[in-house]
Write a protein that binds this ligand. Sequence first.
Ligand code: ADP
Ligand code: MG
Length: 252
Amino acid sequence: MPLVAFSSPKGGVGRTTLAATVAVALRRLGWRVLAIDFDRQNALRLNFELADDLRGVAHDFEANRDWNEIAVETPAGVHLIPFGAVPAHDWLRLHGHLTQNPGWLRQRLAPLAEQRDLVVIADLPTSPSQLNVELDGYADVHVVPLLADAMSLAVLPRLQRGEYLLAGNTQPAPQVGYVINQVDPRRQLCRDVLALSRDVLGADLFGMVHLDEGVAEAAACQLTVLDYAPESAASYDIMAIAQRVHASLAPV
Ligand SMILES: Nc1ncnc2c1ncn2[C@@H]1O[C@H](COP(=O)(O)OP(=O)(O)O)[C@@H](O)[C@H]1O
Ligand SMILES: [Mg+2]
């Protein structure tokens, strides 16, 4: 069971959008896919026409129940475990639980680890959080979306030095693939950021995604852009990124 984590030190960069869309793309590439929402915005479900009252990671976590019981099948063929709509207090309680029970998260994932044709997609909150302590070293691949702006360029060296990951000395070190998101080719700054990112990141740049109204419209229709606008620029971009993720995982 490979684990692909979507994380970044900054919010609003496209983690949830890319996690959902890459999940659908990997399904189409032959994987069975389980997408897990670890962010209290509980937004991953919004791409899959799912109700907001579903139980999820943040419900009854002290009961140590089997996560297979809370996974739901979405119309897109991806299985999903929502975070759950819970108040802020429960978020803190969950983090307290994670701190006091090291290994708890990995134990929840252990029954899935045997399934070689299953890929788990983790949509993580803005890092670092207690979730990163367990998942950063456990993930096979980290996909880190960045916006095509000057701030992203400024943080790139620190990202590359691994300062934002809590993977410790995990061997083998997880692979990190960057995505420059919301690229508007009409803007000089976007073109410059993309060109510089290509130079700096080389093969670690998994791809770029155009700023595409279809992405925002798809979310409004509770779909991923692959289903909403399959011929759009963003669909092609994200499919190509999914191919990179697919190539970095063990064969199905
Ligand atoms: N390539 C894109 N083109 C247009 N809108 C995008 C694109 N990527 C993300 N968005 C929009 O940007 C917003 C933030 O994305 P989201 O995936 O929620 O970020 P995060 O999970 O990192 O906080 C959402 O409204 C989403 O629809
Ligand atoms: Mg998100």
